[in-house]
Design a protein around this ligand. Structure first.
Ligand code: CMP
Length: 140
C-alpha cells in the first residue's frame, strides 16, 4: 500500500553535514521525497510537536535539542512507508539499533539520534499536517 510518513533529520545530523547521506538511504530503499523544508523550530513548535512526551523526564531536554539548530523535515512516500522508514532508521535507542541503519551509523545517543520518523499511519497523518500544507506536497 502506498503511504506517506513524516521524517525529520535532526540538528545533530544536519550539523554533521549528513543530510545527503541520510536522504540517499531513503531513496535507495525506494522511498520518494515528496516534500522537504529546512526549519529552525521555535521552542513552542517543538514543545507542541512532542506534546505526547510532555510528562516524560526527557521532554525539555528533547525540546532544547530539537531547537538547537536547523532541521530538515520531509515527507517520504512509498509502499509501507511508515514501517519501511522505521526499519531504515533503526531503533530509537542507538544501543539497540541494527547494523546498517541510519541511527547505528549517524546517532550519538538516544537523544541525539539523527532522525525522527512517524510511528504509525495515524501519527504520520497528524505529523504531516503539523508541518506541511497540501500545496507543499508533490506526489509523483
Ligand atoms: P523521536 O523518534 O524523535 O521521538 C521521541 C524522541 O524522544 C526520540 O526520538 C528520542 O530522541 C527521545 N527519547 C526517547 N526516549 C528517550 C530517553 N529515554 N532519553 C532521552 N531522549 C529520549
Amino acid at each position: 500500500m502506498q503511504e506517506q510518513t513524516l521524517s525529520i533529520i535532526k540538528p545533530d545530523a544536519v550539523e554533521k553535514n549528513q543530510i545527503g547521506n541520510i536522504l540517499a538511504r531513503f531513496e535507495k530503499e525506494g522511498l520518494k521525497i515528496v516534500a522537504a523544508k529546512m526549519l529552525h523550530l521555535p521552542e513552542e513548535t517543538a514543545k507542541k510537536f512532542y506534546i505526547v512526551h510532555k510528562d516524560r523526564p526527557f521532554y525539555m531536554d528533547l525540546v532544547r535539542f530539537m531547537i538547537s539548530g536547523p532541521i530538515l523535515v520531509l515527507i517520504l512516500e512509498g509502499a509501507d512507508a511508515v514501517a519501511k522508514n522505521r526499519k531504515i532508521m533503526g531503533a530509537t535507542d542507538l544501543a539497540k539499533a541494527e547494523k546498517g541503519t541510519i541511527r547505528k551509523d549517524f546517532a550519538e545517543s538516544i537523544e541525539r539520534n539523527a532522525v525522527h520518523g512517524s510511528d504509525s499511519k495515524e501519527n504520520a497523518k497528524v505529523e504531516i499536517e503539523f508541518f506541511f500544507t497540501k500545496k507543499e506536497i508533490f506526489s509523483r
